[in-house]
Write a protein that binds this ligand. Structure first.
Ligand SMILES: [Zn+2]
Length: 495
C-alpha cells in the first residue's frame, strides 16, 4: 500500500531514532504543480474503446476469483459478483469537472439471485443499465448500485452502465496524515488523480470494490489536449483529434480494484528499461522535467529486487507522479505524490516490492494488509541498510523500540481497529517478524520461500491461514504459534 506513514516512520526512525512515525512531517503539497490551464468549456464525450470481450473469451479465466465479504469493511463489495473484465470509456471535461462514462463489465455470478450489486459513488448519475443487451431496472441509493436482473450461479453476463457527474472522493478510514480521502481527486487546475486503498475506486466506476475480486482492465480516456490520460498496464494507442487526446490502456493480468490508477493531466512520458529487460516508463508533469531524474534509479532498483524476489511478475512497469502526498503500489503503474519523500529511492523500492507482495498475490480481505506491508517495509529497510551503509541489526533494534507503541495504538497487525487503516502496526510488526524468521530458518531457506510464495499464488489472493501454513510446510517447522504471537498478540513478542 501507500507507504508514507511507514515511510515517514522509517525515515524518522532512521534519521532521528524516535518513536511512532505518526507525526505529520508536513511536506508542503506541490499544489498546482504540473498543471497547465487546459480547461475548455466544451464537453468531452467518451469514445468507444476496442477493449470489449465476449463472455466466453478464454482469456477471462485468468480473472476468476473467489470473492468474499470483507471482515474489516463489509459495507464495500459484494461476494455475489466475480468481475472478470472492466472496459472503462471515460471522458473528462475539466472546465465543468464532469466525468462522462460508458462501462462494460463482464462478470460471473457466484450464486443464483434475482439481483446483483456493485459499488458506485452517489455523485455519479446512472442513465442506462443493460444486461446482455437488455434494459435492466436498477436502484442507486447511496453508493449501492443494485441491478434487478436475475442471475444464475457460474453464468457470465455483460453489464453496460452509462453514467455521468462530478465524482467526489470518499472519506478514508484512517488517522494517517498523508491522506484523508480516497478515489477520484481533482486539482485546482482540473487535473485528476486517484489513490484508493482500501476502497474508493467506486468514486469513478461501478465496481466490486473488495480485494478478493481481481479483474482485467481496458481503459479509454479522453480529455482536452494537452491533457493526457494515464492508467494501469500498457499504452496501446494515443490519438489527438480536434483538440481531444484519447489514450487506450490495456492491463493483461488481473488486478484488485484498489490497485487501479488513473491520472489526467499535462504529463509526458520518458522511457527506460531494467537490465533484465523490463520496459519502464515515467509519467511526469511536462513543466517539471527535473522530476524525471529522481525516478531514474528505479530501473536499477528493479534489478536489485529481482535478485531477491525473482523475475518481475508483470510485463511492464511505470511510475506516475501526481499531486498527492502519499504513494501507492498501483499495479504496473506506481502512483507517487510529488514530495521529496514519496519520490525517494526507498519509497520506490517499497512500492516495487508490492508488485510481488500485494499485487501478484493480494490479501483476500483487509485484515491481512500486514501480508503486503510487512514484506514491503522489510525489503525497503534492507535496501536502505545496504545503500546507506548501516547494519540491518541496528535498524531492527530501532524499529523494535518503536513497535510496541504502534501495536498499542492500532491493535495487533492482523486484527487492527478498522478506523486505523494503514498505521505503523501493519508495517513494523510484520517487518520485524520477517527478520526474526530469517534469522531462525537461515537466509537460504528464508529467501527461497519468500521468492516462491508470489509464484505459488500468481494473479491470485491469499489469507492468513494460506500464508502461515505455507511457511510451516516449506520449512518443516510448526510456525503457527510464531505467526500468532506476532500477528495477533496484543503485546509484542519478546525476542
Ligand atoms: Zn506499502
Amino acid at each position: 500500500m501507500r507507504s508514507v506513514v511507514a515511510g515517514l516512520a522509517a525515515a524518522t526512525l532512521l534519521l532521528a531514532g524516535c518513536t511512532s512515525g505518526s507525526d505529520d512531517s508536513g511536506p508542503p503539497p506541490d499544489s498546482g504543480s504540473g498543471a497547465s490551464t487546459a480547461a475548455t468549456s466544451g464537453t468531452v464525450q467518451p469514445v468507444a474503446g476496442d477493449g470489449k470481450v465476449a463472455t466466453d473469451d478464454p482469456s477471462l479465466d485468468a480473472a476468476l476469483s473467489t470473492p468474499v465479504e470483507d471482515r474489516v469493511y463489509p459495507q464495500v463489495g459484494d461476494p455475489g459478483v466475480d468481475a472478470l473484465h472492466y472496459d472503462l470509456d471515460l471522458a473528462w471535461t475539466p472546465g465543468s469537472e464532469t466525468l462522462t462514462a460508458v462501462e462494460t463489465l463482464v462478470f460471473r455470478a457466484t450464486s443464483d439471485a434475482d439481483r446483483f450489486q456493485l459499488d458506485l459513488g452517489q455523485a455519479l448519475e446512472v442513465s442506462s443499465v443493460t444486461v446482455d443487451g437488455e434494459d435492466a431496472s436498477y436502484d442507486h441509493d447511496g453508493k449501492d448500485l443494485v441491478v434487478h436482473s436475475p442471475v444464475a450461479a457460474d453464468r457470465r453476463y455483460t453489464l453496460v452502465v452509462e453514467y455521468a457527474g462530478h465524482p467526489r472522493p470518499v472519506a478514508a478510514p484512517t488517522t494517517r496524515s498523508d491522506f484523508a480521502t480516497l478515489g477520484w481527486t481533482v486539482t485546482d487546475e482540473g487535473e485528476v488523480w486517484t489513490m484508493q486503498e482500501p476502497f474508493g475506486a467506486y468514486s469513478w466506476y461501478a465496481v466490486n470494490d473488495q480485494p478478493s475480486d481481481k479483474a482485467l482492465y481496458d481503459f479509454t480516456i479522453s480529455a482536452p489536449a494537452p491533457m493526457v490520460g494515464v492508467a494501469n498496464g500498457e499504452l496501446e494507442s494515443r490519438e489527438n483529434d480536434g483538440g481531444t487526446t484519447t489514450t487506450r490502456w490495456h492491463l493483461d493480468e488481473p488486478a484488485a480494484s484498489y490497485l487501479t490508477t488513473i491520472a489526467i493531466g499535462d504529463l509526458e512520458e520518458t522511457r527506460d528499461r531494467s537490465e533484465s529487460g523490463v520496459p519502464v516508463s515515467y509519467w511526469t508533469p511536462r513543466d517539471r522535467p527535473r522530476l524525471v531524474r529522481g525516478l531514474r534509479p528505479a530501473a536499477d532498483e528493479l534489478d536489485w529486487l529481482e535478485d531477491r524476489l525473482g523475475p518481475y511478475p508483470f510485463s511492464s512497469l511505470g511510475i506516475l507522479l501526481v499531486d498527492s502526498r502519499s504513494g501507492m503500489e498501483t499495479q504496473t503503474m506506481i502512483t507517487l505524490g510529488m514530495t521529496d519523500y514519496t519520490t525517494s529511492p526507498e519509497v520506490i523500492v517499497h512500492e516495487m516490492v508490492h508488485q510481488w507482495y500485494g499485487d501478484e498475490v493480494t490479501p483476500s480481505d483487509w485484515r491481512d494488509l500486514w501480508m503486503s506491508e510487512g514484506m514491503a517495509l522489510y525489503l525497503q529497510g534492507l535496501w536502505q541498510a545496504e545503500h546507506d551503509h548501516f547494519s540491518v541489526r541496528g535498524l531492527m533494534q530501532r524499529w523494535a523500540q518503536a513497535e510496541p507503541q504502534m501495536r498499542r495504538a492500532a491493535g495487533p497487525p492482523a486484527d487492527y481497529d478498522p478506523s486505523t487503516f494503514g498505521e505503523g502496526n501493519v508495517y513494523y510488526s510484520p517487518a520485524l517478524m520477517w527478520d526474526q524468521l530469517r534469522r531462525r530458518v537461515g537466509d537460504e531457506t528464508f529467501w527461497s520461500v519468500v521468492r516462491s510464495w508470489p509464484r505459488a499464488h500468481e494473479d491470485g489472493n491469499a489469507s492468513y491461514d494460506d500464508l502461515t501454513s505455507y511457511w510451516s510446510a516449506r520449512t518443516g517447522l510448526d510456525l503457527g504459534p510464531f505467526f500468532h504471537a506476532w500477528l495477533l498478540g496484543k503485546t509484542s513478542p519478546r525476542f
